[in-house]
Design a protein around this ligand. Structure first.
Ligand code: PEP
Length: 242
């Protein structure tokens, strides 16, 4: 199974969301061993739910809180994502970590809460350029996995995305050797922590139709988390078909 996930960040309004899906559904038919998941901004989730209700394409939120409801102004409820028919929540994206100061401890609570609802957390991790240059990449990945998954249920569904921070939105793509080393390390860490060896590990960071085929052939690359290139039907379709 390969997974192709689209992170739309804070792009598209509900009208643009509906227009995208009307076109995407015309052009892309789901294939048996390939899963497609969209992560639109929170305010576009209802338009997404309606657009994809009779399709096999999955969707989820880009973030959530670790409580279903209450006095948490500005947060997103994973329970509401579930009620609308969503299956997944993106957690620990580097922009959440860097701009909104999310820690591995907070991320762990969210992962556990999402799994408890029967949804799939898509946990993002990755090193900064400074950490890579200091030779700390594998240590950082191990730490992010150990703490981020410290409250996770090993029997429940989980997806990981390795996204080197310096490759996100920069057009600077990690080399095949760098991706291979990081994915092998994530795979080993997941096994060591007692999670299923079938846990999908996606790569993210400037994935484009031009590089997706080569990246997908790397061992333990089970799909992609795509930002910029997921905003246009043509480029995301090409990646999903790589
Ligand atoms: C992302 O937002 O997770 C991402 C990988 O973005 P981009 O594909 O634009 O680098």
């Amino acid at each position: 199974m390969k997974i192709f996930a689209a992170n739309w960040k804070l792009h598209k309004n509900p009208k643009e969301t509906r227009e995208f899906f009307a076109e995407f559904l015309k052009q892309v038919s789901p294939v048996a061993d390939r899963e497609i998941v969209f992560f639109p901004s929170t305010i576009c989730l209802e338009a997404t739910s309606q657009s994809l209700s009779s399709s096999k394409i999955k969707w989820g939120a880009q973030n959530c809180y670790y409580e279903a409801k209450g006095a948490f102004t500005g947060e997103t409820s994973a329970q509401t994502v579930k009620d609308l028919g969503g299956q997944s929540v993106l957690i620990g994206h580097s922009e959440r970590r860097a701009i909104f100061t999310e820690t591995d401890e907070l991320i762990a609570k969210k992962v556990s809460f999402i799994q408890g609802l029967g949804l799939t957390p898509l946990l993002c991790l990755g090193e900064t350029l400074a950490q890579r240059e200091a030779g700390e990449t594998l240590k950082v990945l191990s730490q992010q996995l150990q703490t981020g998954l410290s409250k996770a249920d090993k029997t429940k569904s989980l997806v990981i995305a390795y996204e080197p921070v310096w490759a996100i939105g920069t057009g600077r793509i990690a080399t095949s050797a760098q991706v291979q080393e990081a994915h092998a390390a994530v795979f080993q860490n997941i096994q060591k922590l007692g999670f299923s060896s079938a846990t999908a590990i996606l790569y993210g960071g400037s994935v484009k139709p031009e590089n997706s085929k080569e990246l997908l052939a790397i061992p333990h690359v089970d799909g992609f988390l795509v930002g910029g290139a997921s905003l246009e039907v043509a480029s995301f379709k090409a990646i999903c078909q790589s």
